[in-house]
Design a protein. Structure first.
Length: 502
């Protein structure tokens, strides 16, 4: 190929490559759009009381949502729709299921009179506190000794009397304590057997050697790796015991109406690992986007107290975690005192991934055997017509009708009409209709195509400028060479040419 034709051929090849790349981008974009098929699900509403064809009047129907539905819907449930068999969308309301709940309610009061007298018996100091209740006071379930002290333990023997003269022990002596030097735990309450007595006497002494040895044992276990240096540091400081007041309390069960209902949801997977660098145990929980409000750690470990943080994420692979709550996990079993606090509550959250980050510090990692997930119950309420069958449709590309009028449903519910409970069939997957074909000239509106075209055009422009510069340099070189050749020919011509000029 002659050298003069090479630049033109190279230009044509380059432009052909540019056009091929642009066409490939457009085709790939179209193929991606055509191959994308949205997934949606349909579930038939199953009436419990009567079949749909037996309905004579309109009725309110309520359907409880489950994990299968939560797994394929957005947190706002915006891609959920109720349809009747003719395919039209039906107005509906999403409600939080509510019901009555029995709770233990505590009432407290102070005695009518209090008298305290310190004394020494057999070389041991003790404090006698005599308490008198009002005749109209309730039968106490227990009492609380209110003290500002920390890092203490005291043995308390409670006695009762009908006349203030003859005293009867109210069970065995109990232990009140504060171990905040070692662990976040305190007990200043004692339970009492039921009695109609109005006089009570407290005998407060230091713990016996056996009780003290048990205290040192639990402190040693709680300190973990620091066991070797426990002898002096784990002893509770001995100071005179001070009481601000004594409070009696009674407990009774009370039914509370219209409280949010909760249920247990099963995790898909629970895994744990240790972070040696941060001295943390990380428990990861995979869920199906149920509306969770708490996680409860299941562990075989005992006598521990750990700070824990609950985090949630919908994209854990990117390390995007949101803090939901922070609290203290504890499980204490000591001298008849039982305390277990393993639940972490947080605002209602719908995520796929959760994790408990447990701060072990120098303690032994906990033996985690599972996690209990608990959350709210949501329902869908709609008005069903006679002779119609209904279904819930949800998933990708499913949208609610914003123009639906739900005022009728709100009015009926406010008047006390109770919806009829209905079930749901198993979900049936169905592909939604593919999007309409895009005209070829609109395919360039795809930002990826536009980016590719812009990049290729910039490359083509740069390459063209480089080639133009090379051609300019080549023309200049050829002109300079021709000029020098002409000068050489004119200055040293042949005699024949000179004479011809003459």
């Amino acid at each position: 190929m002659p050298p003069s034709e090479r630049p033109a051929v190279q230009n044509r090849c380059f432009l052909a490559n540019v056009l091929l790349a642009v066409a490939s981008a457009v085709v790939a974009s179209q193929a991606s759009a055509e191959d994308t098929r949205s997934q949606q699900f349909r579930r038939q509403v199953v009436l419990q009381a009567a079949a749909a064809d037996e309905m004579a009047d309109d009725r309110l129907v309520r359907v409880t949502l489950d994990a299968d539905l939560y797994d394929a819907t957005e947190p706002s449930l915006a891609n959920l729709r109720v349809e009747h068999e003719r395919g039209a969308s039906v107005p509906f309301l999403v409600q939080e299921a509510r019901g009555s709940e029995t709770r233990t309610v505590r009432s407290t009061w102070q005695p009518k009179s209090t008298a305290a007298q310190p004394e020494t018996v057999d070389g041991s100091d003790r404090l006698l506190v005599t308490l008198t209740l009002d005749e109209k006071a309730a039968v106490p379930t227990g009492l609380r000794i209110v003290t500002p002290l920390k890092n203490f333990e005291q043995t308390v023997l409670v006695e009762s009397s009908a006349d203030g003269e003859a005293w009867v022990p109210c069970g065995e002596a109990g232990l009140i304590f504060d171990y905040s030097q070692f662990i976040d735990i305190r007990n200043d309450e004692l339970r009492l057997p039921a009695t109609e007595h109005r006089f009570f006497r407290l005998t407060i002494t230091e713990p016996t050697l056996e009780q003290e040895s048990q205290l040192l044992e639990i402190s040693r276990r709680l300190q973990g790796d620091r066991e070797a240096s426990r002898d002096e540091r784990t002893r509770v400081e001995r100071v005179p015991f001070r009481i601000d007041r004594v409070e009696f309390w009674a407990e009774a069960d009370e039914s509370i109406a219209s409280t949010p209902l909760t249920q247990v949801y099963s995790p898909q997977e629970v895994a744990e690992h240790e972070e040696d660098q941060t001295q943390q145990t990380v428990v990861e929980i995979s869920m199906r986007r149920e509306p969770l409000t708490s996680l409860t750690l299941v562990t075989s470990s005992r006598n521990f107290s750990r700070r824990v943080e609950v985090q949630a994420s919908d994209d854990a692979s990117e390390g995007l975690w949101k803090k939901l709550a922070e609290t203290t996990l504890a499980s204490i079993s000591f001298q008849g005192f039982q305390r277990e606090s393993l639940k972490v509550a947080f605002p209602e959250t719908r995520s796929r991934q959760y994790r408990l980050v447990i701060d072990n510090r120098d303690g032994t990692p906990l033996e985690v055997t599972g996690v209990l997930a608990e959350g709210r119950v949501h329902t869908v309420v709609f008005l069903a017509e006679p002779q119609q069958r209904y279904s819930l449709v949800y998933g990708d590309d499913v949208t609610q009708q914003s123009s639906h009028d739900t005022a009728v449903l709100t009015e009926l519910l406010s008047k006390g009409f109770v919806p009829e409970e209905a079930g749901l069939s198993e979900p049936v997957a169905e592909a939604s209709d593919p999007p309409p074909a895009t005209p070829w000239w609109q395919r360039f509106a795809n930002r990826w195509v536009l980016t590719a075209v812009a990049a290729l055009l910039v490359a083509a422009l740069g390459w063209g400028l480089v080639q133009a510069a090379k051609r300019v340099d080549g023309v200049a070189d050829e002109a300079a060479t021709g000029h020098f050749d002409q000068q050489a020919s004119g200055g040293g011509g042949t005699p024949g040419s000179v004479r011809g000029g003459e």
